[in-house]
Design a protein. Sequence first.
Length: 149
Amino acid sequence: TPSKFDFFYGEKNGLYIIRLSSYMNLSGVPLLEAVRFFDINVREELIVAHDDIDLAKGRVKLRFNGGSGGHRGIESCIVSLETHEFFRLKFGIGRPEAVTPREYVLQRFGVEELNLLKESFIIASRGLEIFFAGGKEKAMTFINSQGKL
């Protein structure tokens, strides 16, 4: 659903999926707008999904708290929210060999990467079901073990 802010959203059963429409490096501003608009408890209810160059391709990781790890979008979120205490759902894209990280993150995914991402999304979606059923720790264990409990 389009909104008057720099994000799009969908809602089902009280769960909002929010897609920011700003530049990645400025993610924090529209995220803060969404948090305020939907009255989201950042520490308990917010999960920011993002790519992670330091995580192997196809890996997925859920963690709470921490720094930006050099991810400028996450840094923007931390600055705008004035806290680093929120959940991050990281999708590994691996570190590039022949190009700079800046060029690498802007490239399109190939077939192999898309297949790995599809598997990651399946694990993440199952883990998020656990998370929103009240099992945050169990969800982190499930996701971080790549779907094994």
